[in-house]
Design a protein around this ligand. Sequence first.
Ligand code: PNS
Length: 165
Amino acid sequence: MTAVYPGSFDPVTLGHLDIIKRASRLYERLIVAVLNNSSKDQVFTAEERTGMITELCVGLSNVEVASFSGLLADFVRANKASVVIRGLRAVTDFEYEFQMALTNRSLHDEIETVFLPASLQYLYLSSSVAKEVFMLGGNVDSMLPPEVEKRMRLKTKQNQYNIKR
Ligand code: PNS
């Protein structure tokens, strides 16, 4: 069975990687689907985000990484998958996640969403929290893979993103 783990992943966090690893044990094939959005606020392009996740998942032989635009439900069907994986942290995630799950199933009724509870050490973690801590000069070792932190630093140097440190 193929599952899709979609997200913005800007950037991918240790919490996302934890979900990827756990979901890859549950399904024969897992596609990490990176939303290709053109928001001005994003730090990394879809290509950069996809590339980083691909590098971080080299050891996981049943994991593929792709980017998508348009409807997630269409991407899931086009890839002959029927499961969408989402990580759940707190009750506050629930309403949005529930709405998304029902929307995707109303679009294509073969799509089921499976929620994996975040591991305890990542309950508080999100890409936005990691970005904010990084921007303000805090330690992000427990939030981001070292490779991602390095790329964030490069972005700062290249002045491609307005990170104040
Ligand atoms: O990491 P995020 O930002 O919480 O991920 C959200 C994502 C990418 C899963 C969601 O925005 C999405 O599926 N976008 C694609 C557009 C779509 O299918 N919208 C209808 C379902 S709400």
